[in-house]
Design a protein around this ligand. Structure first.
Ligand SMILES: C[S@@+](CC[C@H](N)C(=O)[O-])C[C@H]1O[C@@H](n2cnc3c(N)ncnc32)[C@H](O)[C@@H]1O
Length: 250
């Protein structure tokens, strides 16, 4: 009974925080969302994230304490759906991203409003598939990766974690989503066992045991949190986005 009450209380806290966050997003005239039209239609279909979902993703980082002067690295920025709101919130030059498929970003940059944000905010956009931003010689307060490890080969999870740790500031956070073998309450059906794939899975998904995530993450990070409430926020925007979320602190 006491446990249930604590769970209800925590849920109410998250809802209150989100409402405050939503109004702060609305009140902040600097924040831009990624615009969509026929020119980035194929890219959006490929990544599966829409304008509103990009805004919700910025909301998650705000819940984790993101400030305008922080440095953010996004791994797998795709069609810039979350990149545009995140970089528009940050001070100029504070966003960097990695993605191996530049056609996704190029499609969104056909739209003048998206181009304007990128030209004002001067992000660094890298093209590679090993999650490695060390060539930049910079460190970050936040590293963010939505729907990347949910498609990863088994060997890519440890590589991702190691490469994140290399460029994360002391006390910085990695906020990332993936699919767990255990079901969640928001539509994630889980899987009988880990995928343990040798290659990137797309458009299919790969599944990891929570135990594997904790074991691998504890090699590099001092605090590991499974943020079940973040799944609720994403699924409220788009039902199919039922990934589980982890926040790792260095
Ligand atoms: C499902 S989409 C998610 C995109 C974006 N994070 C979003 O929420 O819209 C997966 C993305 O992973 C990118 N990707 C594929 N292999 C990758 C790799 N090894 N490292 C980083 N990104 C990768 C794809 O190009 C694509 O942009």
């Amino acid at each position: 009974m006491q446990r249930k009450l604590v769970a209800v209380f925590l849920n109410l806290c998250v809802i209150a925080q989100c409402l405050a966050q939503e109004s702060s997003l609305e009140k902040n005239p600097k924040i831009r969302l990624c615009q969509m039209d026929h020119r980035n239609h194929d890219a959006i279909n490929y990544v599966g994230t829409r304008t509103s979902g990009g805004g919700v993703q910025l909301g998650l980082l705000l819940l984790e304490g993101l400030q305008e002067q922080d440095d953010v690295l996004e791994i797998g920025f795709g069609a810039l759906m979350s990149a545009i709101p995140i970089m528009s919130f940050l001070e100029t030059g504070h966003y960097a991203g990695i993605d191996p498929n530049p056609w996704l970003m190029e499609a969104s940059l056909c739209i003048a409003e998206n181009r304007a944000v990128v030209s004002e905010k001067q992000p660094v956009l890298l093209r590679n598939s090993n999650f490695d931003a060390s060539s930049l010689g910079r460190t970050f307060n936040y590293i963010y990766a939505h729907s990347i490890m949910s498609h990863a080969a088994y060997w890519q999870l440890p590589l991702f974690l190691e490469n994140c740790e290399k460029v994360l500031k002391e006390g910085g956070k990695v906020v990332f989503s993936l699919r767990l073998t255990e079901p969640n309450e928001y539509g994630g059906e889980g899987a009988d066992r880990e995928t343990q794939a040798n290659e990137w899975q797309y458009p299919g998904c790969s599944f990891f045991d929570k135990e594997t995530v904790i074991r691998e993450a504890s090699r590099w990070f001092s605090k590991i949190e499974h943020k079940k409430e973040y799944t609720k926020l994403l699924t409220e925007d788009s039902r199919g986005v039922c990934h589980d979320w982890f926040v790792l602190t260095k």
